[in-house]
Ligand binder design. Structure first.
Ligand code: ADP
Length: 165
């Protein structure tokens, strides 16, 4: 049985992430989405909120589970019996970072492979940070996130705006 982990911050999950999960779930027998907690990045949503939104967005896939993790991805991969790490690539932005990370992970764990997948063309310029940035200024980009994500995103951005003014 082939198992993989798809690690990320997912703050919040976008349709680009879901697209990668759908593709990966066809390639491996079981995919664990690993939602990072305790990283240096300041997040808009708590880890539990990020997990809940992601789990709902991929509820149609029976071989995918979503859980939190902290520390080195390769250690978590070992702990759950995954032999590969899935990452998503956007044509213009991700290659340098992802290849450095993949080679570092190989140095840490020679037996764990990184599998890079490309999302659909329509999601190539999509990132959680860009969605948050434009949504904070009132743009309707609801078509770029799963249906369950848009309302909590707008509400959280509103709360942030009120508490900082
Ligand atoms: P990280 O904090 O690890 O960058 P992200 O949540 O931003 O976490 O992304 C997790 C993974 O998903 C990364 O491999 C990233 O390149 C990939 N990814 C993010 N958005 C897209 C997208 N629109 N298309 C393809 N891959 C994506």
């Amino acid at each position: 049985m082939t198992k993989a982990i798809y690690p990320g911050t997912f703050d919040p999950v976008t349709k680009g992430h879901v697209d990668i999960v759908e593709r990966a779930s066809k390639v491996v027998d079981h995919l664990t989405v690993g939602v990072v907690t305790g990283s240096l990045k300041r997040t808009l949503f708590t880890v539990d909120e990020r997990i809940e939104m992601f789990a709902e967005a991929v509820g149609h896939l029976t071989n995918v589970t979503v859980q939190s993790y902290s520390g080195l991805t390769v250690n978590v991969a070992r702990a759950i019996g995954a032999d590969s790490i899935v990452r998503g690539l956007r044509i213009t932005s991700d290659f340098e970072y992802e290849s450095e990370m993949a080679l570092m992970n190989r140095r840490l764990a020679e037996d764990i492979e990184t599998i890079c997948l490309f999302s659909a063309l329509e999601y190539q310029i999509l990132s959680s940070s860009r969605v948050k940035e434009v949504a904070a200024f009132g743009a309707d980009v609801s078509d770029l996130v799963p249906p369950n994500v848009w309302k909590p995103l707008v509400e959280r951005l509103d709360e942030r705006k009120k508490s900082s003014s």
